[in-house]
Design a protein around this ligand. Sequence first.
Ligand code: L34
Length: 293
Amino acid sequence: MKLIDGKKIADAVKQEIAAEVEKMVASGMKRPHLAAILVGHDGGSETYVAHKVKACEQCGFTSTLLRFEAEVTEAELLTTIDKLNKDTDVDGFIVQLPLPKHIDEQKIIEAIDYRKDVDGFHPINVGRLSIGLPCFLSATPQGILELLKRYEIDTKGKNCVVLGRSNIVGKPVANLMMQKAMPGDATVTVCHSRSRDIKEHCLNADIIIAALGQPGFLTADMVKDGAVIIDVGTTRVPSTETKSGFRLKGDVDFENVAPKCSFITPVPGGVGPMTIVSLMKNTLLAARHDIYK
Ligand code: L34
């Protein structure tokens, strides 16, 4: 069993980006600028956005954090998005999800100029991804592919099961894994809450990407020997052993599944750090107008 060290790879990619940024600055270009909108005080969102701001520093980017209370109106958010769309100093921006229930998430996502949509959530980016055109790839799927690439994990012709069909992970990662590309070229099955025979599908899989947000869902009896396991779950569960009073638990029963695998990602320290670094990559691409002029 080989542990996939997302933290280590993420640190290496951040250094590569930082070196690139210093070259840009030396040639007279401005630093890439990422803005983030954070609404309310969800513990997970607070942590993830803090990591994003820190990663900007490490990459030599400018960052702007715009905070709103949970009571903010949809109209106020739309006005802010309009300003960021027009702000020529901001190369890309994100609205951290989830949003409070009174706000229409899809409306917010579609208000973002797709050329600044470094999350890759706008329908134009999602559509371009699905037909294999250059676009901003959403961060978690992109991070997963980068891990498969850096660990030289063969995906061609392999059976890949994706657990979960969310717009931000399940659907895009399934799409990427079936593209004619490396990594890619896999035979992809997507399982979700209405699927039958999930265990059988999983037992047939060479690669399982678990992204359903159910702690410990994937157990050892569902995994064949030598499988590659990518755990996207980061659910906060109460714990008496930590100072914060919670700990992170992935969708995989790591302790029992790990001995059977060829490769597995831990939680934390697996996919999470790669999500952050993929956002940095997209911001660099946005600043250089590499995808859209
Ligand atoms: N708009 N909303 C928008 N973009 C995103 O890309 C996200 N996502 C998901 C939730 N909402 C979003 C994230 O940023 C999930 N996500 C995310 C980002 C980072 C980490 C996990 C999820 C992460 O850094 N995880 C660390 C542990 C963090 C901790 O200590 O809590 C890890 O090692 O897994």
